[in-house]
Design a protein around this ligand. Sequence first.
Ligand SMILES: [Zn+2]
Length: 165
Amino acid sequence: MEKVAIDDVETGGMGDADVRRLADPLGTSDVAVNHYTLDPGERFSGGLHTHMDQEEVFYVLSGTATFETPASESDAERASGDAAGDDEVAVDAGELIRFAPGEYQSGKNDGDEVVRALALGAPKESEDVRVPETCRDCGHENMRFIPGDDGFTLVCPECGTEVDA
Ligand SMILES: [Zn+2]
């Protein structure tokens, strides 16, 4: 048994958002647990992405989170530019939203109140994160996102082309 107080866990993560990574302090084996506190305008992640190898559930504890979910768009539609446009879904306190592996999503605080939310991901480790960028060499419709110490690298899962950013 492990018991953890969110306030006792150091904040980390990309950008200004307050992210507390709870999996390690809790010693979870199969699930990632992250607590977010987002001021108005802050985001859960850098932008639209999907985990090919992990499902994610967000439980909004306070405020209203807004998720961009172009889930109805196939990769082919995205690549051809025929998509009808991005859908946004508001998730209020007391509501949850789930994204399957391979579903693109990007969440943010578009409201006036602070958003507090718990994110659960399983399995715990995700190593195959994709962003909707087209490979310049082979035209594949997504690129694998690999975070680095200073920025990130995009790698084409089809032809292996690498782009540093
Ligand atoms: Zn490629």
